[in-house]
Design a protein around this ligand. Structure first.
Ligand code: V47
Length: 390
């Protein structure tokens, strides 16, 4: 139905059972109809969603989808990040974390140290270790396998989400193994799933500038596909807010959607806002709150085959992440305990957050917190342990 508004502007209202969608951008009307009819959005729709001045209407649509999928349920986990080394040969312009071997601030944990780190800094049992590191020029593949095996021996109940597709491809090359053989060995060692990092932006033009020495976008997607076919679940990310344009972002999201159609192996999508401090791109401005919220919303709308969209509070700040729970996100990530990648690049968020604080943020957004494990099974806690619903 069309309503004539004062000033001659037409506003379209798309009726649903419970709500009416209103917008100040007529280009959103067709998109709203598709969203209500659960039809897939196109590349052109994605570009319109990024370009629309009516961010609240875009957010409303994303929230509609989020509530259709999850109601008020909002997920978080009790996890710990471990970054075994920051030594990296890649020298990506986007990164402040990676250091050349032997330079100031570079480090590599001895295995004992990594295992001790895993046990430190929390009083509640974590359900997940999130392990990401630099591309070290001479640490052997066995170091990473031993790291995982040792963690599994010490913490048999904890899910190990380790090594981005970029690390998998790099370790395969170093060990002179195929990607399949590398993934098989990781599985034998105890890797349970993979984090979503290293995806950045798939478009070659952008990738050449921000992370020239990493695998290209096609290789990232092929590695993820193979991992899924071998039974791993993984996450997917997109680094936005640097030199990419709206078309690059849509292209990235639709490439992920196409792989997900084939494998169904992605669990959650995590948009990551570029933090420029201490990187060669430090002349670029930081993203704004509305850019972050729009990114969450467009991700929810385009990635119709992803179950979850994560508002990673470490990257967005707890306040924006909380608002994102009304812009399409259904997950805040976790307690983290110690974050390095964003803090090296100027993040001012706390290093970690207690479980109680995460649930408070979720409840204050009018949502219902659910502690999950990495595979989104609900977790029930006893005093010093946890149980996963299967
Ligand atoms: O791949 C690096 C990004 C990623 C910067 O799977 C930067 O659950 C912004 O992937 N500014 C690693 N971003 C982190 C990651 C991640 C985080 C949380 C949860 C999950 C998950 C995965 O961090 C890198 C890169 O895209 N990154 N430097 C920077 N200066």
């Amino acid at each position: 139905m069309w309503n004539l508004k004062a000033g001659g502007q037409y506003h379209r209202r798309v009726m649903t059972e419970r709500h009416a969608f209103q917008n100040n951008d007529p280009r959103l009307s067709n998109i709203a109809e598709k969203v209500m009819a659960q039809e897939r959005l196109s590349f052109e729709d994605g570009v319109v969603l990024y370009g629309s001045a009516d961010v609240l209407a875009v957010g409303w649509l994303a929230n509609h989808v989020r509530e259709r999928m999850h109601g008020d349920l909002t997920y978080f986990n009790v996890n710990r990040h471990i970054n075994p080394t920051n030594v990296c040969v890649a020298a990506c312009r986007l990164c402040a974390f990676g250091k050349k071997k032997g330079t100031e601030g570079s480090y590599t944990m001895a295995l004992e140290e990594a295992w001790e780190t895993a046990a430190s800094g929390y009083s509640e049992a974590v359900t997940e270790f999130h392990i990401v590191g630099g591309l070290h020029p001479d640490l052997p593949f066995e170091y990473f396998l031993d790291l995982v095996t040792g963690l599994k021996e010490r913490f048999p109940k904890v899910h190990i989400k380790a090594f981005t597709m970029v690390e998998v491809a790099f370790l395969a090359k170093r060990a002179k193994l195929s990607i399949r053989e590398t993934l098989e060995k990781m599985k034998e060692a105890g890797v349970d799933s993979m984090p979503g990092g290293g995806a950045e932006i798939f478009a070659d033009r952008v990738r050449h500038i921000i992370c020239d020495h990493k695998i290209d976008g096609g290789e990232w997607l092929e590695t993820a596909k193979l991992a899924h076919q071998m039974g791993f679940r993984s996450n997917a990310t997109m680094l936005y807010g640097h030199i990419e344009n709206d078309e690059d972002r849509v292209d990235h999201l639709l490439k992920l959607r196409a792989v997900q159609d084939e494998t169904g192996g992605f669990q959650t999508f995590i948009p990551l806002a570029f933090h420029p401090d201490n990187t060669p791109l430090d002349h670029l401005p930081r993203t704004t709150g509305l850019t972050d919220l729009r990114q969450v919303a467009v991700s929810r709308l385009l990635l119709d085959n992803f179950a979850h969209i994560k508002a990673y509070w470490q990257m967005m700040t707890p306040k924006i992440a909380q608002i994102a729970l009304r812009f399409g996100a259904d997950d805040l990530d976790g307690t983290v305990i110690e974050e390095k990648i964003y803090h090296d690049a100027g993040a001012t968020t706390p290093q970690g957050m207690r479980r109680e604080e995460l649930t408070r943020l979720i409840r204050a957004a009018g949502r219902e917190p659910v502690e999950r494990d990495t595979l989104y099974r609900s977790v029930t806690r006893t005093e010093d342990s946890f149980m996963v619903a299967v």
